[in-house]
Design a protein around this ligand. Structure first.
Ligand SMILES: Cc1cc2nc3c(=O)[nH]c(=O)nc-3n(C[C@H](O)[C@H](O)[C@H](O)COP(=O)(O)OP(=O)(O)OC[C@H]3O[C@@H](n4cnc5c(N)ncnc54)[C@H](O)[C@@H]3O)c2cc1C
Length: 292
């Protein structure tokens, strides 16, 4: 009998965790780091804490995961790091980036940067999963789950020497309703911040970038969107000076509305954009910012 443990590694993952649990159609518990509401339809809300490296966290989760047929978490760099290790420790099958559930053993996931959707049947239990919440309907709220706390006393062979994170004060890219992204033509970090950051701040948006912009030192690493960056699913994605490579599009295809600003009318991004503006971004973006 299927029973899932869905892990919310941050408070903002809790709704997504419930969306997955409800779509699975089996009883599920939510293990959450940070606050989470108790009306998400879970049997139990299990509160956990502990800011430890991924190997120790996976080791700690192994005991809590015992007895569940599915152990799942919202896709993120952190969850992939932890869940892959957990799958190894449990000797379990793993399916990453699930976007739809056909049955408790059949899942859909994108491959080749989203050009093909693969249907995967998993015949073994347990199965460890990461999923993209944008693919799932918002969870039905109601009722009250029982609550408990879990102690994740795991051990590992790595230790965190230091943490470097930039506090931008802007919304988290993966959760943001609006994202403004810039590409290679932004020239340098100061111009990127002024042009892309300026529009983002007027909209209350997160800032994204292409890998070309990140590799050229124009945009910070944590802003990279795409196949090897973050997957975003905002209501509005504004792409300024972005050609629309397959690898970039893999990270933005769940966006509800894509607006492209590019001076080349033949840029591939116009094939997928909902709204396109053929213009020089250095004219168009400041004008938009000023008019808002
Ligand atoms: C294995 C692998 C993984 C990758 N992963 C990622 C990833 O995760 N994310 C990612 O983004 N890329 C990724 N890439 C890189 C990807 O292939 C592209 O090289 C990159 O996305 C291009 O970035 P860009 O659009 O900023 O630059 P370009 O391709 O150089 O495009 C710039 C665009 O700006 C337009 N432009 C120029 N000047 C202006 C102006 N003044 N006003 C308006 N428009 C202007 C041009 O017409 C052009 O269309 C990956 C590549 C590989 C091989």
């Amino acid at each position: 009998m299927a029973k899932a443990l869905v892990i919310a590694f941050s408070s903002s993952d809790a709704e997504g965790a419930a969306a997955f649990g409800q779509a699975l159609g089996a009883p599920f518990d939510i293990l959450h780091f940070g606050d989470a509401p108790t009306d998400l339809g879970a049997g139990k809300m299990i509160s956990a804490s502990g800011d430890v490296p991924a190997d120790a966290l996976a080791d700690g989760l192994k005991a809590v995961a015992s007895g569940y047929s599915h152990i799942a978490a919202v896709s993120s760099m952190h969850s992939k790091d932890v869940m892959a290790r957990l799958a190894g420790l449990l000797d379990a099958a793993m399916v990453t980036d699930v976007i739809a559930i056909a049955s408790p053993t059949v899942f859909k996931r994108p491959i080749y940067a989203g050009s093909i959707i693969a249907t995967i049947e998993v015949l073994a239990e347990p199965v460890v999963i990461t999923f993209r919440p944008a693919g799932f309907a918002k969870p039905t709220r109601g009722g009250a789950s029982t609550t408990e706390t879990a102690s994740l006393a795991g051990s590992g062979s790595t230790k965190r020497v230091s943490v470097s994170a930039r506090a931008s004060g802007r919304p988290d890219l993966t959760q943001a309703k609006f994202v403004v992204s810039g590409g290679r033509p932004l020239r340098d970090a100061q111009t990127f911040e002024q042009v892309i950051g300026g529009l983002a701040d007027k909209l209350g948006a997160a800032v994204g970038a292409t890998r070309a912009a990140v590799d050229s030192g124009i945009a910070p690493n944590e802003c990279q969107v795409g196949q090897t960056g973050k997957i975003v699913a905002p209501d509005l994605y504004i792409a300024a000076g972005i050609s629309g490579s397959t690898q970039h599009m893999a990270g933005i295809k769940d966006s509800k509305v894509i607006v492209a600003i590019n001076k080349d009318p033949d840029a591939p991004i116009f094939e997928v954009a909902d709204l396109g503006l053929v213009a020089d971004l250095f004219d168009a973006v400041p004008e938009m910012t000023q008019k808002l």
